[in-house]
Design a protein around this ligand. Structure first.
Ligand code: ZN
Length: 240
């Protein structure tokens, strides 16, 4: 099986469509979504609809959670807050109901998926370094787990110790554990503005990082036309 594993679409329709087309062209047979379908960009309803129609395993992100509330509870900066307030008014009640019912973690075949961390998945901590990864590995009972939330592609491998590795072509070897960030479809923050996702080939035992170009000027225009903060359009081309 070839799984297209993707995260942090953040209402970026053009990036989401480009990733879906790339996954199809690369013979993916299954789809898995790591959450944050909405927030920041201008097509939250459309992105929810695409993922809902895939009928694939999905876990909840912090923006998905906040979009379903009447007002924000905690933890959002001003930019995210402005975007989520706009988002609440531009998704349907059915979208909110579907998002609110998403689970925090899931097992898919023999791997696990989570949006933020495995140790405290509903506290939305960030795994940026080896120490953060150690905490998640303690709760990881499958050889492979995919996560998102940081918008930074890359993987942590636990063998004798924990080390950070790139995911261009990552072989999954027996006896090791892998905590893999697919990067973000709709708002990459690792300096590469192209949409990011991973392909997990479970027969070849390999995870491949993909980066996909999309019609970014169109996405930026929509953000500005929607009255969302201009910074959200500018940051897309920086990949920050
Ligand atoms: Zn996110």
């Amino acid at each position: 099986m070839r799984f297209a594993v993707f995260s942090d679409l953040h209402a970026n329709l053009e990036a989401t469509e480009a990733v879906m087309a790339d996954a199809h062209a690369r013979d993916c047979t299954h789809y898995v979504c790591l959450g944050d379908l909405v927030g920041y960009n201008a097509n939250p309803h459309e992105c929810v609809e695409i993922v809902r129609n895939l009928d694939c395993p999905v876990v909840k992100g912090n923006h998905d959670e906040q979009a379903c509330l009447n007002e924000s509870s905690r933890g959002f900066n001003e930019l995210a807050e402005q975007a989520i307030t706009w988002t609440r008014e531009h998704i349907t009640e059915a979208d909110k109901e579907w998002l609110s019912e998403l689970r925090m973690t899931r097992q898919v075949r023999d791997f696990t998926i989570v949006h933020a961390t495995l140790d405290t998945p509903n506290e939305w901590g960030y795994v940026f370094n080896n120490l953060d990864a150690v905490a998640s590995f303690t709760y990881q009972h499958t050889p492979v787990c995919f996560f998102g939330h940081t918008h930074v592609a890359g993987a942590f491998v636990r063998d004798d110790g924990v080390k950070r590795v790139k995911t261009e072509q990552l072989p999954i070897e027996p006896g090791k554990k892998y905590f893999i960030n697919t990067g973000s479809v709709g708002q990459p923050r690792d300096g590469d503005p192209r949409a990011a996702y991973c392909i997990y080939d479970t027969e070849m035992n390999i995870v491949e990082q993909r980066r996909v170009r999309y019609d970014m000027p169109k996405t930026q225009r929509k953000i500005i036309d929607a009255g969302l903060p201009r910074l959200l359009a500018d940051r897309l081309e920086l990949g920050r």
